[in-house]
Design a protein around this ligand. Structure first.
Ligand code: DUC
Ligand code: ZN
Ligand code: ZN
Length: 471
């Protein structure tokens, strides 16, 4: 019997801390050796000229999530995880949304049923707590956290989701007692409602005004409040999808004061602006997401957040809706107001190429920062053992990258269920050319070679990192 099932030879390995030339020996789905001139394998993969990186972990994606009456997400678990694999990912963390009044285990049962036998890569779930009743806070949540659902998201906006400050404190208290990690969507609900009402009365109803209804102050205020509430309870939080300097500086200040605040940003805040929507009419709906993309100065601030370790997570916030579809971006009332356009854009396949190209290839971040921001930090933040690095004993979740390959992003080349990409035409240098899940190829040379159902659900432990590991 051969010593290894597979050996990846002649590649350049990069982790969150080091870059070096070595071979990787894989047996039974795990890395069992890293060394020079490894031989005696059933299969030898020549990675000359390629980077050997840990598979991307996207800890912020929405898949098959109920999004309001008559609205259907563009991806199911099969298409979303297929697209993720083509984008160099081996793990995703979608949300399990609790409907008002719904027991959490019932919601989870539904999501597991959707995901089971349908995933090309591994996954786990964050819970969205929409209804923090006494039963949820006292029994359901602590039991689920003990069962490995160790993170949850709460919202400060949206009619059906926004929690009061009192409710947020309640949830944070449970997190403190149980060791769970709470993500917060930080936008001020009443301020958005007020501004949206005014805009509608003035006849400013096109997609562009979605961004006008949620200005930076709305996000900055909520970010400050979320941080203050977490300080009161003395519990870490993750501020997700941060879009601008003022919110970023709130997080930086809190971190400098010793508070355990994790910051996350996303591709849309690096390469899109609100101006992109301005003259597009209804087509601006393709870019409607919350928080909205801002301006060039905000993009620069988000880069600084990534470079300086204020943000340790770079996620896609993949939340796909078809544009040319009444069940997607254009429900019957969408033309009457931006209010009715589903919030969210696709990005699961383009997250890593965009950060690699705009970040590593253009010299804004190092390759090691790229690995930390897209894989290692996600595993540590969300308690995912044995993933997020290339090391002996870790799962052989590996992406092979050609750092010199150039191509423009094009919808026709993508594998998601949406009918457009908001990143159409962006020139990319550096693409994943193969993705391997626990030692088996999922995508190889642009072909899907893995089986639907190969991806497993993975239970998680408590967070193991509140420190910056961006190098
Ligand atoms: N928040 C998200 O995290 N994703 C899409 C929409 C939203 O409001
Ligand atoms: Zn959100
Ligand atoms: Zn999201």
């Amino acid at each position: 019997m051969a010593a290894f099932d597979t050996v990846i030879r002649h590649g350049t390995i990069a982790t969150a801390s080091d870059t070096y030339k070595a071979d990787v020996g894989i047996k039974h789905g795990r890395v069992v050796a890293i060394g020079e001139a490894l031989t005696d394998a059933d299969e030898t993969v020549d990675a000359s000229g390629l980077l050997v990186l840990p598979g991307g972990i996207d800890s912020h994606v929405h898949i098959s999530q109920p999004s309001g009456p008559g609205i259907v997400m563009a991806d199911d678990f099969a298409s979303a995880t297929r697209a993720a694999a083509f984008g160099g990912n081996t793990f995703v963390m979608p949300y399990c949304l609790q409907a008002k009044g719904q027991p959490l285990r019932e919601a989870l049962k539904e999501y597991h049923a959707l995901a089971e036998q349908n995933c090309h890569i591994d996954h786990s779930f964050h819970l969205i707590i929409a209804d923090p009743t006494e039963a949820v806070l006292g029994q359901e949540l602590p039991a689920l956290i003990a069962d490995g659902y160790t993170s949850l998201k709460i919202f400060m906006t949206y009619a059906d989701l926004a929690l009061s400050d009192y409710q947020i404190l309640d949830v944070l208290s449970v997190a403190r007692e149980t060791g769970a990690l709470v993500q917060i969507h930080a936008e001020n609900y009443d301020a958005i409602r007020f501004l949206a009402d005014r805009l509608e009365r003035a006849g400013k109803t096109g997609p562009y005004y979605h961004a006008v209804s949620r200005p930076i102050a709305v996000e900055r205020e909520a970010t400050h409040r979320a941080i203050s509430l977490s300080e009161l309870i003395d519990v870490p939080i993750v501020v997700v999808h941060v879009s601008n300097r003022e919110a970023m500086e709130e997080i930086r200040r809190a971190q400098q004061r010793g508070l355990k605040i994790v910051g996350e940003t996303c591709p849309q805040y690096l390469v899109l602006t609100a101006e992109d929507l301005k003259d597009l009419g209804m087509e601006g709906a393709k870019y409607v997401c919350s928080p909205p993309p801002r301006d060039l100065a905000s993009q620069q601030a988000c880069w600084e957040g990534l470079q300086q370790g204020v943000f340790t997570l770079f996620s896609s916030d993949h939340c796909p809706f078809r544009y040319d579809d009444v069940e997607g971006k254009q429900p019957p009332n969408a033309r009457t107001s931006f209010r009715w356009i589903p919030n969210g854009i696709p990005g699961i396949e383009t997250r890593l190429p965009i950060l690699f190209s705009e970040g590593v290839s253009k010299g804004r971040i190092t390759l090691n920062q790229f690995v930390a921001l897209t894989s290692t930090n996600h595993a540590k933040t969300y308690g995912l053992a044995g993933k997020g690095s290339i090391a002996v004993g870790y799962d052989a979740d590996i992406a092979l990258w050609d750092p010199r390959r150039t191509a423009r992003i094009a919808q026709s080349d993508l594998h998601h269920g949406a009918d457009y990409t908001p990143y159409e035409g962006i020139e990319i240098t550096g693409w994943p050319v193969a993705t391997m899940l626990r030692g088996n190829f999922v995508m190889r040379d642009g072909e899907l070679v893995g089986n639907k159902g190969a991806g497993r659900y993975v239970s998680r432990g408590p967070t193991t990192s509140m420190q910056s590991t961006t190098g």
